[in-house]
Structure formats: structure tokens, C-alpha cells
Design a protein around this ligand. Structure first.
Ligand code: F6R
Length: 369
């Protein structure tokens, strides 16, 4: 049942090219037209949307944070992202022109379900992104986009995270098409690249071998920090969460621009810091800023573990360890940059002798509030 792998988590990491292909299946036509039937929201309704609110927990929340960057850029619709357990306790402003997107792998997280019920009471239109067919959250929502990643047994979300990202991108791109935003050419180019993601994911999996040795060499570290910018920031948050839940290690993520506002004081000799470098395409300024951040922390003794695009020579002199990922459009980079994070956390946890499929104190589906 583990398909020859020792752990479900390893199997599920390797299944990601297929999972991503399955999320895309039947939804992207060769001419770039998107079909999202189960959304059950008519184009006329989608044109009326004035605000999007994404609610989710844990890893699904990180997918939501990434979606915000894509949706606001492509669709020019204000988009908020909130942890589901906080959402309904602060009197959020919702109405018929609000689209709430609830992201939940299991479709059963009680916090997310309660937020969905609250949103519907306030007359918002609710769209679910879920992996488990017929689960409670999609049943109680107006529409659904299933991720079709197949069953995920490991407690840590891996393939379902990547496919949630794909589902979020599909929604953002579809909204942009329906609302006819001025980014037509960019949208078409991104759709083409999105359709190509299964191959890119496959390529990353082929190159992460050295990440395993690196992870094992860090098994005795007390803390690991993660830095990112733009969509790389939620990827850093996700990398830190994976390390906490699997390796039971202290891990924290920061937006790299925040370093100078406090966290840089944490840097000391030998401290491992994982940095996600933004793609050079379209975000050149951020790219150069993060390269300076890497120099700054390295000068203070950090052991820099840099995740950057292939051929990005500018980071090489400051990277103690360099993990290369394929160059893809900026907004899609999390699909490829998250994978080394998964392998890193999984391998570190295994080096510590932890059960990666059943980490202590955690459940796959959190059905209590
Ligand atoms: C992390 C993880 C959890 C879940 C969270 C939400 O690897 O699995 O953080 O992401 O409990 O679960 P769902 O998506 O089922 O609502």
C-alpha cells in the first residue's frame, strides 16, 4: 500500500507530478480556456464580486496566503486571508458581493467549517477547495473545486498542498478571464506554464537528493530559520511548519524585509537559515534585496541554505548550500520551491527517528474547534 516506500509521506511527495496533473485534468483546454464546472458560480455572479476572503488552517492557510498574491495581481480584486479559527470572532465584513474561499484538504476541519457556516449566514458566496469528495465543507458551500490529489495518508500535507496551489491559481486565472482584466497576455502565458507544472515538479524531484544529506547534517540544530519575500514568504512559513510538526524542532519564518526590524538579532554562528530567493523574472528588485539579506546574515555567521532558480549565479558566492529549482513565472514558483522544504523536513524528522506519517500530538483531520 506504500508502493515500495517506507513511509506514506515519501510516497505522497513522489506522487506530486501525477497529483498536479490530476488537478489540472479536464480544466485547461489547449487554447487556454478554463472550465471549472463544479464552481457553480455563473460568470455574471463572478463579475459582481467586490472582495475575496480566504479562510483555512495550517498548511491550507499557507496556500491561501500564496493565492492572495496571484488573485490580487491577476484579478485586481481585494483579497484577504485569515486563519479560520480567528475569522468569525472578529465581526468580519461580508455581504453578497464577497466571495469566501474555504481551503481544506479533509473538508472536515471544524474551524474552517464554522467559518463557512458563518460566511453563509452573512450571505457571502462560498467556494470550497477540497481534496476529499463529498466531505462536509464542500457539501455546505455554494461551489467546490476538488483537488483530485488522491488519498493522503501522511499527517503532513504534501501533495494536497501543491494541488491546493494549483486550484487557487485556476480560480484566479478563471476570474481574470471572466472579468476580462487587462492582463490578458500574461494570463495566457501563465496558463501555459501552469499546464506544464507536472513536468517541472518531476524535474525538482529528480534533483532533491542532496537535500536529504543536508537535512541529516542538521539533525542536531536547535533552531532553523526560514526567509522569503513575496510568494516566497508563505513558502518559508510552510517550510517552518513542516519542520515543527515532523522534526519537533523550533523553526520560524520571516519576511526577509522584516529581518532588520528585529529577527536579525537571532543570527549567530552556525545558525541554519533557509532562504527562498524570488525568481528574477518580473521581481528583479526583490531578488536583489534578498541577495543582500543573504550576505548580511552570512556576515553574522549564519549557515545559508539557499533555494534559487537554476543558473542564478548571483547567489552562489553567499550560499553555503545551494538548492536549485527550475525557473518558472514568479507567482507559480511556490509549486517548485515547496518541494525541497518537504524533503528537508521529512529527512530531518527521519534522522531524528520520528514517525513522519504519524507525528506526535497531531491528527489528519481536526474535527474539534
Ligand atoms: C500540516 C497539516 C495541517 C493541516 C490543517 C488543515 O501539514 O496537515 O496544518 O493543513 O490541519 O487541514 P485541512 O486542510 O484538512 O482543513
Amino acid at each position: 500500500e506504500k508502493g515500495g516506500y517506507d513511509y506514506f509521506m515519501l510516497k505522497e511527495i513522489v506522487e506530486q507530478p501525477q497529483a498536479v496533473a490530476d488537478t489540472l485534468l479536464g480544466r485547461v483546454a489547449v487554447d487556454g480556456t478554463l472550465t471549472l464546472d463544479e464552481m457553480r458560480l455563473a460568470p455574471s455572479e463572478l463579475r459582481e464580486i467586490e472582495k475575496i476572503v480566504i479562510i483555512a488552517c495550517g498548511t491550507s492557510y499557507h496556500a491561501g496566503l500564496i493565492a492572495k498574491y496571484a488573485i490580487e495581481h491577476w484579478c485586481r480584486v481585494p483579497c484577504e486571508v485569515e486563519v479560520a479559527s480567528e475569522f468569525r470572532y472578529r465581526d468580519p465584513i461580508l455581504n453578497r458581493q464577497t466571495m469566501v474561499i474555504a481551503i481544506s484538504q479533509s473538508g472536515e476541519s471544524m474551524d474552517t467549517l464554522m467559518a463557512v457556516r458563518y460566511a453563509r449566514e452573512q450571505r457571502a458566496r462560498v467556494l470550497a477547495i477540497c481534496n476529499v469528495n463529498g466531505s462536509t465543507i464542500p457539501r455546505e458551500s455554494d461551489g467546490v473545486l476538488y483537488t483530485h490529489a488522491g488519498p493522503e495518508v501522511g499527517v503532513a500535507a504534501t501533495k494536497t498542498f501543491l494541488t491546493q496551489l494549483v486550484a487557487c491559481y485556476l480560480i484566479g486565472l478563471y476570474l481574470a478571464q471572466v472579468r476580462n482584466t487587462k492582463f490578458g497576455d500574461e494570463i495566457n502565458a501563465v496558463i501555459e506554464q501552469l499546464a506544464n507544472m507536472p513536468e517541472q515538479v518531476e524535474r525538482v524531484l529528480g534533483t532533491v537528493g542532496p537535500v536529504r544529506d543536508l537535512a541529516r547534517s542538521l539533525a542536531d540544530s536547535g533552531t532553523v530559520l526560514f526567509l522569503g519575500r513575496h510568494v516566497g514568504y508563505p513558502v518559508a512559513l510552510e517550510g517552518a511548519l513542516k519542520l515543527k510538526e515532523l522534526a519537533y524542532m523550533h523553526a520560524e519564518a520571516f519576511a526577509a524585509g522584516e529581518l532588520k526590524h528585529g529577527p536579525i538579532a537571532l543570527i549567530e554562528d552556525g545558525l541554519p537559515v533557509v532562504v527562498v530567493v524570488p525568481s528574477r523574472e518580473g521581481r528583479g528588485v526583490l531578488h536583489d534585496k534578498i541577495v543582500s539579506n543573504i550576505q548580511e546574515i552570512r556576515a553574522r555567521g549564519a549557515r545559508t541554505i539557499v533555494i534559487a532558480e537554476e543558473g542564478d549565479e548571483s547567489v552562489r558566492p553567499f550560499a553555503d548550500e545551494l538548492i536549485e529549482i527550475p525557473a518558472v513565472p514568479t507567482l507559480l514558483q511556490p509549486i517548485v520551491s515547496s518541494i525541497p522544504m518537504q524533503v528537508f523536513a521529512c529527512e530531518l524528522a527521519l534522522a531524528k527517528g520520528n514517525d513522519v506519517d504519524q507525528p506526535r500530538n497531531l491528527a489528519k483531520s481536526v474535527t474539534v474547534e
